[in-house]
Design a protein around this ligand. Structure first.
Ligand SMILES: CC(C)(COP(=O)(O)OP(=O)(O)OC[C@H]1O[C@@H](n2cnc3c(N)ncnc32)[C@H](O)[C@@H]1OP(=O)(O)O)[C@@H](O)C(=O)NCCC(=O)NCCS
Length: 247
């Protein structure tokens, strides 16, 4: 079954790949992307960038019905990449060896994924980046839950500003995404959902006009079959593709 236009679809992809697959993905990225990849000093970072851009091109090509190397990007004022001559919206994020993507034909989207890491001073981190309500919510949690909650709060906030397209140029302290369990919150017409991105990661997706509050796990691009001549992506079982949130 080919991809169809769900309200908002979520995708994940592994970035630490066997050489043959990395080579295939590397073949579809643009000269500018190759140049950017070569600026990474560490081979691991370079390969992850190539993989992330390659997967993104495959994903978008499957929805645009073109070849991955034909996908063309333009950068918005705040630095947000968008597609040339298409209504398909997307956003991308990566952390360590995992990438997260959201696509939609109808809503603006933003995503963020973060590997949950050590934070030496969680209170100081919260004071710097979180609103007063978020700081209070965090402080009310048991100590053992605060680190994961900090990363979830960060992911929620970054998904929102990436949806807006401003990125981290705006003050993260100036707005509030706290909602108790942080699974679902709303802000100025945006809905922010926690995304189950697997153990050790916090992730979120933000979209406009989304009503549903059921978080869905992303579909793994690594488990799909890709036809390079048509750009079509299929699942071998023929089931519907893409974890989607209804409008
Ligand atoms: C953009 C930004 C939010 C990325 O955060 P991050 O946690 O380092 O990285 P993530 O993996 O989550 O996201 C990176 C992806 O976000 C997307 N992105 C870049 N700028 C974006 C923006 N303004 N809004 C939404 N998405 C953006 C790109 O697809 C990027 O992928 P790439 O590295 O393959 O190009 C952050 O770097 C930022 O806001 N920087 C300040 C703004 C800036 O420097 N702009 C430069 C151009 S004006």
């Amino acid at each position: 079954m080919t991809l169809s236009g769900a309200a908002l679809s979520l995708w994940s992809a592994p970035l630490d790949l066997p050489t043959s697959l990395l080579g295939e993905l590397g073949e579809c990225i643009s000269p500018e992307e190759t140049e950017r990849a070569e600026q990474y000093r560490q081979p691991l970072d370079r390969d992850r960038f190539v993989a992330a851009r390659g997967w993104l091109r495959r994903l978008l090509a499957g929805q645009l019905r073109c070849r991955p190397d034909e996908v063309r990007f333009v950068t918005g004022d705040g630095g947000k990449p968008m597609l040339v001559d298409s209504d398909l919206r997307f956003n991308a994020s990566r952390s360590a060896g995992v990438a997260l993507y959201a696509t939609s034909w109808t809503t603006n989207v933003g995503v963020d994924i973060e590997q949950v890491r050590e934070i030496a001073d969680i209170e100081g981190f919260a004071e710097r980046f979180f609103s007063p309500a978020e700081q209070a919510g965090l402080a009310a949690l048991p100590q053992a839950d605060r680190r994961a909650a900090s990363f979830q709060c960060w992911a929620n906030k970054e998904a929102y500003v990436k949806g807006l397209g401003t990125g981290l140029t705006v003050s993260l302290r100036a707005f509030d995404t706290w909602s108790g369990d942080m699974a679902h919150s709303t802000l100025d017409g945006w809905t922010i959902h926690k995304v189950d991105a697997g153990f050790g990661f916090a992730a979120a997706v933000a979209g406009t006009g989304l009503q549903g509050s059921v978080p869905v796990p992303p579909e793994s691009l690594g488990s799909l079959k890709f036809d390079p001549t048509t750009g079509t992506i299929e699942r071998l079982s023929g089931e519907a593709l893409g974890g989607s949130l209804e409008e």
